[in-house]
Design a binder for this molecule. Structure first.
Ligand code: OMD
Ligand code: FE2
Length: 448
């Protein structure tokens, strides 16, 4: 597969190992230029910007949003986006769905689980290979989320995309993706995540061949780091571990396509050049990546199984305090040391909806059936918990300290009930036998 790194400005990729260069910090205000002198000093909008570039602001929040949450970035680019934003025609959205999308499937309420979606042989890239599994809330109202999976066997190359309906949280599960954005280049493999802001143009290339991963499309308030409460000033995800790309542009004057999803509809326009032509930028509305293995878990050190909210990496708040529009929660490697306790997740009915995936390894509540690349959906108030075998073993085992190694599961947890799409409800894809994993749970009531 051709990787279009040569067309990208040299500053972006390290000559040493070909990897992108980054700046550190979460929600920082960054300033970066791919060509010396491209970034204006002191003013955002000079009468004539350096190198004759166009100045353009991308607003991530209302102009008047409070300072602590205000997001915007200034681009200094070869052409302004007005030249990228004309002549759109609607095209079929393929398997992409956007909330509200509640009636595509009439599956009865149940615990749902799917095996990994196989990467097809037919050509597909990140965009054409994007399939929606479930949606909740309403993109028109900027509430809720969608859970998607991407399967891709070719780079987007000359195809570009931006999403109006929400920011995108990419969770690679198989193989590396190289995300070229207006702000620069990000590489991410399994165990890493990428956040692409709403409205930011990008493409995904595959430097190492076919790839698969999960995507949370967040229609609501932007993902941010959760409060740590009594944990204090450290642990969980630390801001300095988030990486934003240095500026890099694609100097490509050959035909390209720009796709846009807006209110669930997909549009395309033809461009005579790449829309990734930002030579310098500054601001705090930027894509970032984060290595989930840098998350410092805090857990129970004496007894009982804490709520999984202790493993929240990022949260999107809703208007109800403590009740997330979406939480991105992980189940990373960790020691489990609790005494006199049932250590796996407890049986529960959660008013929030839980979409789970497994990046690698084994998930302790479901060592069988929930495999890397697979996913499960336990919707609002659908009972679930460890399978029968795990229950028996965990109830009897000798409680020595144990290390759960080589594992990384995650959950998109939302206050909005999730509706499976017609695609995800197809019988051949859905694991109809999933609820049988609880069949062996016998009556328990020892009165004697
Ligand atoms: O259902 C799941 O596997 C996710 C989960 C894990 C846990 O440790 C506690 C609650 C919970 O929903
Ligand atoms: Fe759960």
């Amino acid at each position: 597969m051709t990787v279009h790194t040569n067309a990208f400005s040299e500053a972006v990729l390290s000559p040493r190992d070909g990897s992108p260069a980054y700046m550190t910090g979460f929600e920082n205000s960054f300033a970066t230029e791919a060509v010396a002198g491209a970034l204006p000093v002191m003013r955002n909008s000079p009468q004539k910007a350096p190198l004759g570039l166009y100045a353009e602001q991308l607003s991530g929040t209302a102009f008047t949003a409070p300072r602590h949450s205000n997001k915007r970035t200034w681009f200094y680019r070869v052409r302004p986006s007005v030249l990228h934003g004309r002549g759109f025609r609607e095209v079929h959205a393929g398997l992409i769905r956007t909330a509200p999308c509640r009636d595509e499937s009439r599956l009865p309420i149940a615990q749902l689980r799917w095996p990994p979606i196989v990467i097809p042989d037919e050509p597909c890239d990140f965009l054409s290979g994007l399939r929606t599994i479930a949606t909740g809330g309403d993109a028109h109202l900027q509430l809720g989320m969608a859970a998607h999976v991407y399967v891709a066997n070719r780079s987007m190359a000359d195809r570009y995309f931006y999403n109006v309906d929400g920011e995108l949280l990419l969770v690679p599960q198989h193989n590396l993706i190289r995300v070229f954005t207006e702000c620069g280049v990000i590489d991410a493999g399994p165990g890493e995540i990428v956040i692409i802001p709403k409205g930011m143009k990008f493409k995904v290339d595959l430097p190492n061949g076919p790839a698969r991963g999960y995507v949370c499309e967040n229609y609501g308030s932007y993902l941010t780091l959760p409060e740590r409460g009594p944990i204090g000033a450290n642990c969980l995800a630390n801001p300095r571990d988030f990486l934003a790309p240095v500026a890099g542009y694609e100097d490509k004057e050959t035909p390209c396509e720009l796709y846009v999803k807006s209110l669930g509809r997909l549009y395309v326009t033809d461009l005579p050049q790449s829309p990734l032509d930002v030579v310098a930028w500054h601001g705090n509305f930027a894509p970032v990546k984060y290595d989930l293995r840098r998350f410092s878990p805090v857990g129970s050190v004496l007894f009982d199984h804490p709520d999984p909210s202790i493993y929240t990496v990022l949260t999107s708040a809703s208007d109800m305090a403590g009740t997330a529009n979406v939480d991105f929660v992980i189940f990373p490697e960790r020691w489990v040391v609790m005494e006199s306790s049932f250590r796996p997740p407890w049986y529960h009915m959660n008013v929030m909806s839980e979409f789970m995936g497994l990046i690698y390894g084994v998930y302790d509540a479901k060592p069988g059936g929930f495999v890397p690349g697979g996913m499960s959906l336990h919707n609002a108030l659908i009972a679930h918990g460890p399978d029968a075998e795990v229950f028996e073993k965990a109830s009897r085992k000798d409680l020595v300290p144990e290390r759960l190694s080589g594992t990384m599961a995650f959950m998109f947890e939302t206050r909005y009930p999730l509706s499976a799409t017609a695609y995800a409800s197809q019988l051949e894809l859905l694991d109809g036998a999933y609820p049988d994993c609880w069949d062996g749970l016998a009556r328990k009531f020892d009165r004697s």
